[in-house]
Design a protein around this ligand. Structure first.
Ligand SMILES: Nc1ncnc2c1ncn2[C@@H]1O[C@H](COP(=O)(O)OP(=O)(O)OP(=O)(O)O)[C@@H](O)[C@H]1O
Ligand SMILES: [Mg+2]
Length: 507
């Protein structure tokens, strides 16, 4: 099945998210769709899947114009989308989620879950998805939840699959497996639109590339003839540096001192296992490790989002193990959370409100018992300029920002104040190459002002580029440590430690 978008324009008030976009999507092909944060990628795909209606232009399927009055019509026409932010019901099983809205019914109109399960298994086998239909969504790792989203779309017999930043939340191993699935879908004749900010991925998986900038297609190309540097420049309109400029660290006194820390998971498994770690002022320590080895629990313990079982956390000389989140924040701890929606922002608050979410009670924003809103909005507007957050106003609901601009909002709030310690988990998730360059600069800037900086990232490249010292976390413990002055840490050795090769050896 082939789809053609002709002259698609979509406006939100004064914002022109798509301006006369032409795009061809062909069966048996992966179209890579690139563009900076806020370029209009998600909006364009939401028009194609019937969630938004275009103001101008038309959609043709196999040469015939079609009109979608909602997602139902688009699904019926064979178009399915896996959204940037998942839309699964956590307490339902895989099969229940997959059939939601199109439940096969048996006698007396009762939900026929047996048929659903069988159909799920069939699709599973056909494309190598390997998902257990009876598993509860909340028990599944993100990589598998993603496959459930794909199952959902395939269950509705989609011939066109739109994948909006599917790899943003996947580990490198999960990406490899995911690409195998994408290839088998393509080889079965499906048309695939693949959105990502990771340039090496788009070069690896796409058959054709289109670039959006400020709502317009600004470039098209053949992945076999393009380099990452060229793609980056096509996206942001200037050359982008992929390396981080920094001088060697000059570490001072301990800013964060974790002593023999134990954190348990809800299911009574040990998440952080007698871990000790020091982050000094003026240095960046990177935690490398495959997701699921306790990094999330460690960050939650440091920032006060979870309880610790034993051990101590000392921040700038004071024991904060039992202190509230607010108190830690007040003392100068910044936290960029790995999941911005869960613990970083409130989608139906304005951008201005989000910018002071954890500081509105500070002297700076207080006017008697009330909040000095003019000052808040002025400050928020200045943050937006610094971090290049693309929005017509700070009074817009934060949830209406593009995904990457939401992330920039959270990072701006955390870094644009006096801090002593920055805890950054997946700080550049969903950001375009230009924004990554800026956020990296800011993190190094925090270090150079004397902050201790702790980075957790599933991107080894990011850890290598930013860190002065790298520790590897495996099964809740630190199993290896590397000096990375001048970027000289041994990547191979880090990889081995991440896979558990040094387990048992002294670290
Ligand atoms: N529901 C909405 N209401 C108002 N403005 C919106 C809405 N949805 C998107 N926009 C605006 O449209 C523009 C394009 O956003 P879109 O989400 O399509 O970008 P994107 O290319 O997907 O970016 P990202 O890479 O950050 O996900 C942005 O300026 C965004 O703020
Ligand atoms: Mg998007």
């Amino acid at each position: 099945m082939d789809v053609e978008l002709r002259g698609i324009t979509k406006r939100f008030g004064p914002v022109v998210a798509n301006a006369g976009v032409n795009l061809e999507i062909k069966g048996g092909e992966v179209l890579g769709l690139l563009g900076e944060n806020g370029a209009g990628k998600s909006t364009l795909m939401n028009v194609l899947c019937g969630l938004y209606h275009q103001d101008e232009g038309e959609i043709l399927i196999d040469g015939k114009p079609v009109k979608f009055d909602g997602p139902g019509a688009s699904i019926a026409a064979g178009i399915g989308m896996v959204h940037q932010h998942f839309m699964l019901v956590p307490v339902f099983t895989v099969a229940e989620n997959v059939v939601l809205g199109v439940e096969p019914t048996g006698r007396f109109d009762r939900l026929d879950l047996e048929t659903a399960r069988a159909q799920v298994r069939e699709i599973n086998d056909k494309y190598g998805l390997e998902v257990n239909p009876d598993a509860l969504i909340e028990d599944l790792p993100v990589g598998i939840q993603q496959r459930v989203e794909i199952l959902k779309v395939l269950f509705r017999s989609a011939d066109v699959l739109i994948l909006d930043e599917p790899t943003a939340v996947l580990t490198p191993q999960e990406v490899d497996d995911f690409f195998e699935i994408v290839k088998s879908l393509r080889d079965a004749g499906k048309a695939i639109v693949f959105i990502t900010h990771k340039l090496h991925e788009i070069l690896e998986i796409s058959d054709r590339i289109s670039v959006l900038r400020a709502g317009r297609i600004t470039g098209e190309g053949d992945p076999r003839q393009l380099t990452e540097e060229q793609l980056a420049e096509m996206m942001v309109g200037r050359p982008v540096s992929f390396t981080v400029d920094k001088t060697p660290a000059t570490p001072g006194q301990p800013m964060l001192d974790i002593k023999d820390l134990v954190v348990m998971r809800d299911n009574d498994e040990i998440a952080v296992n007698h871990l000790s770690l020091t982050v000094n002022s003026g240095e960046v320590v990177g935690i490398a490790g495959v997701q699921g080895n306790g990094q999330t629990a460690l960050v939650e313990a440091i920032t006060g989002l979870t309880h610790t079982s034993s051990g101590a956390i000392v921040f700038d000389g004071d024991d904060i193990t039992r202190m509230s989140v607010r108190e830690r924040h007040r003392r100068g701890m910044a936290h960029i959370p790995e999941d911005r929606h869960k613990s970083g922002m409130i989608a139906n608050f304005t951008i201005a409100e989000n910018m002071v979410l954890n500081s509105y009670y500070d002297d700076e924003y207080a006017r008697g018992a009330a909040i000095d809103w003019p000052h808040v909005s002025e400050t928020a507007a200045a943050f937006c300029v610094d971090f290049d957050i693309r929005t017509p106003s700070v009074f817009l609901q934060a949830g209406n920002l593009s995904g990457g601009n939401q992330q920039k909002m959270v990072v701006a709030r955390e870094l644009e104040r006096e801090t002593k310690l920055v805890i950054a988990a997946q700080p550049t998730r969903g950001l375009d190459v230009g924004s990554i360059e800026y956020i990296h600069k800011r993190l190094i800037g925090s270090r150079d002002e004397g902050d201790g900086v702790l980075i957790v990232s599933s991107e080894l490249d990011e850890i290598m580029a930013l860190s002065d010292r790298i520790v590897v976390m495996y099964k809740g413990r630190i199993v290896a440590q590397f000096d990375n002055t001048g970027g000289k840490a041994d990547r191979n050795a880090i990889g081995l430690a991440m896979a558990g090769a040094t387990e048992g050896a002294a670290a």
